[in-house]
Ligand binder design. Sequence first.
Ligand code: BG6
Length: 485
Amino acid sequence: QLRDNTVIVVFGASGDLAKKKTYPALFGLYCNGYLPRDVHIVGYARTKMDDKEYQKRTTAYIKNPNDDPEIAAKIEEFKKISTYVSGGYEDSPSFQNLAKHLQSIEKNYPSREANRLFYLALPPSVFVPVATHTKECCYSSMGINRIIVEKPFGKDLDSCRELLSSLKQSWKEEETYRIDHYLGKEMVKNLLVLRFANVALGAAAWDKNSISNVQISFKEPFGTQGRGGYFDEFGIIRDVLQNHLLQVLSILTMERPVSFSSEDIRDEKVKVLRAIPPITKEDVLLGQYVAGNNEPGYLDDDTVPKDSVCPTFAATVLRINNERWEGVPFILKAGKALNEAKVEIRMQFKDVTQGIFKNISRNELVIRIQPSEAVYLKLNSKTPGYSFRAFPTEMDLTYKRRFTDTKIPEAYEALILDALKGDHSNFVRDDELDVAWKIFTPILHWIDGRAGPRPRPSPYPYGSRGPKELDSFIEKQGLVNKDAL
Ligand code: BG6
């Protein structure tokens, strides 16, 4: 349930994440009437500025391409509920000052109830001090308090555990909402329905007897875009694979939960992740983009060290050692500066028994997460007419053709709304993080050079499909169709 009398505090309000994602999402919810009654939004950051300047900055990324007067009016209303406080992240007096500001808003509420949602759009170095000071100085005694945190949750198993235990000293698990924004994407949410509301897709064919292999790919057509400093510390595995793609994999492969409650869903996700052994170096291909197609290479980014061996591309094979999935390779691939923008799941079915048909394509179920959400099943059908030849065709549910008038919410909108309602289903539980890091920590330590010299990623030109070794890497797994590469 949405609680009236809620203040949303955005820490890091002048940063990139807040401007590009948090505020447009808050506005989207506001515009569609999904924020609580009497909501207020308080931005907080170090930068000194007045409310006007803050309102200008935070609405700069809100889109109104056709100058729709209704949206323009909503933007003006939205500005009126937004105020700003500047202060440091590591000192109590700044947070006491914020607390005073919150009280001055709440004293005008019609009842004494005062709920607070704190959103940390911040670099990891200040997660702990901000969470601690917020609890000490800004915790409401008159309502519900919740805190949203964003990745990165550490850099490996140990640092994640350390971070989580520091945060837990001030915030309880049920008050904490760890965002992995892929869990807010429409198609990722659809996985539960596709799998568990369909016998044909879920119960009957969703296992090693029918599925030959699964590929989950993330392709971005741009490089680090000025985020090189952050990126170089983390690399593509920590940035995308270990969180976003692994989350998708866990929902795709988990057993049917007892119910759709957040705990039941997350119990099943943890169970399947626990069946995945840590990745070894034989199971990974690393790449780094170089200049190509008139675009600069990774090392040309001024914020990246000139001798960096940080991977901007990785492909890896995961195995799930349980009865359902034993022997099926799960290929996870993610890369920046590739030839297209695409995130999709491709489940390739086994060959039909040879004999009657020769050389026909395998069935494939493709779930395109973005762009242009779609689910389609590739199958073989008889060529119409006198011949008895099979031809490959598709049963296609492309959202923009089927749902012409439906607005699909942005991932951040969906997740902020869930947090306001107190629904944890699409947030990451502490034990999920623990198992996810266990799978990736050994390989990350190898990449970081803890076990000898750092491995050199294979170069690939900006705008290409990835390193040239990709095809042979995939072929090793016995794939026939390379469409998804
Ligand atoms: C973020 C990564 O978590 O996800 C970025 O840090 C990446 O590097 C982004 O670009 C991708 O998100 P989306 O929603 O654009 O697919």
